[in-house]
Design a protein around this ligand. Structure first.
Ligand code: ZN
Length: 394
């Protein structure tokens, strides 16, 4: 009996020692794997720096990004939702875009091929989300391709549904989100040699729908413009201002609340100017170089307080009044001359529609589009703070 007990005790001790041995073995393996990971033994491709960025900007819709710096510059942003099946489909879609682009670029070897994909989210009721993807492909050959693709889903069932326009109870489309690819400086000034120059300017925005639609058009057409934004609205839609700035457009000040500055006390005027400059700086990283006083109302006090050159305009189709695409188009194309600054408003669909017609028409007449800054530089204008500039004729 005693012997049996002894053997049993012996066995327990043996098992205990085996367990300790196994535990320490597992710890060693774990440390090994961890070290290998830290030393990048598992990195799939050392030529590429690949990172996944995730952020949550609106309720229940997140953003993931495939960003690569290598032989190609790739910044593909795509949404994430609360439904894993939908997320799987979206991830697949984004990866397919990247892989297809890499395949088409592969034969031409290296160069500066770039792929940028941003998206906008449309929402309908609780369950339907629509995503509009804006694709910009710059091939090493120099060709640029812009494309829009759409996907939409029923979040409850996870099913893909036909993309439609999504309207709220006021019949207004809901644009919930417009992330901007950090590297997408897609609007670049063209050569001004032997060209007539014109600066399109847009006041009173940003507008959650029309400014974004306009930015899509300007991106597609490679037209840089100047936005004279209101501080109060920029505060509300910083993403749009950020998108405009990083797309190569100029962001200037139209003051905070659109008040007639000539009627304000000195301290109220200061607030209108300074608050807007601070907001623009916070969003874009730089103070605005120009101001356009609301209504073009300028007196000596405004000039003294401005701290920047004052930019007015030489062509005014009164787009905010007529809301008539044809009239806006005819007025602008009839009145624009070399060096004109055109006053428009990114607050109306009719204006945005007119711009889509104005751009090709003015180009066919030998005009090139510039920001106000680029226009003044191209014409060698020395601008003074408080000075008023309405155009830059040769
Ligand atoms: Zn205005």
């Amino acid at each position: 009996m005693q012997q049996v007990f002894k053997i049993a005790r012996h066995r327990w001790r043996f098992l205990w020692e085996m367990m300790l041995l196994a535990l320490s073995g597992m710890t060693l393996v774990y440390i090994g794997v961890f070290a290998a990971y830290e030393l990048h033994f598992f990195e799939p491709n050392k030529d590429l720096q690949l990172s996944m960025v995730e952020s949550q900007t609106i309720e229940n819709v997140g953003i993931e990004s495939i960003i690569e710096w290598g032989q190609m510059m790739i910044a593909v942003h795509y949404p994430t939702t609360t439904n894993p099946a939908v997320n799987q489909r979206l991830r697949q879609y984004a990866n397919d875009l990247v892989n297809q682009f890499k395949q088409t670029e592969a034969p031409s070897g290296h160069g500066h091929a770039e792929l940028y994909v941003s998206f906008r989210t449309y929402k309908s009721g609780e369950d339907i989300l629509g995503f509009q993807f804006d694709l910009i492909e710059r091939h090493a050959s120099g060709s640029v391709k812009n494309e829009t693709q759409k996907l939409s889903f029923n979040l409850r069932t996870g099913d893909e549904v036909a993309f439609d326009n999504y309207f709220d109870e006021n019949n207004q489309p809901i644009v919930a989100q417009t992330p901007n690819p950090e590297h997408a400086r897609v609007v670049t000034p063209e050569s001004t040699e032997n060209k007539k120059l014109v600066a399109l300017t847009f006041d009173d925005g940003p507008h959650p729908e029309w400014t974004n639609t306009l930015l899509d058009i300007l991106q597609r057409e490679n037209v840089p413009v100047t936005f004279f934004v209101l501080g109060s609205r920029a505060n509300h839609y910083p993403d749009i201002v950020q998108r405009a700035a990083s797309s190569g457009h100029q962001i200037a000040s139209h003051t905070f609340n659109h008040k007639n500055l000539t009627k304000l006390s000195p301290s109220d005027m200061r607030y209108e100017i300074d608050e807007t400059a601070n907001i623009i700086e916070r969003i874009t990283g730089g103070k605005p170089a120009f101001m356009r006083p609301p209504y073009g109302a300028i007196d000596q006090a405004v000039k003294d307080a401005a701290g920047t050159p004052l930019i007015t305009w030489s062509v005014d189709p009164e787009d905010w009044k007529s809301r008539n695409t044809e009239q806006i188009f005819t007025h602008v194309t009839d009145h624009t001359t070399d060096g004109s600054i055109v006053l428009l408003h990114d607050m109306y669909g009719t204006t945005v529609d007119a711009v889509t017609k104005i751009i090709p028409e003015m180009r066919s007449r030998g005009f090139v589009f510039l920001t106000v800054r680029q226009l003044m530089d191209a014409r060698g204008r020395q601008l003074e703070n408080g000075g008023i500039y309405r155009q830059a004729a040769p």
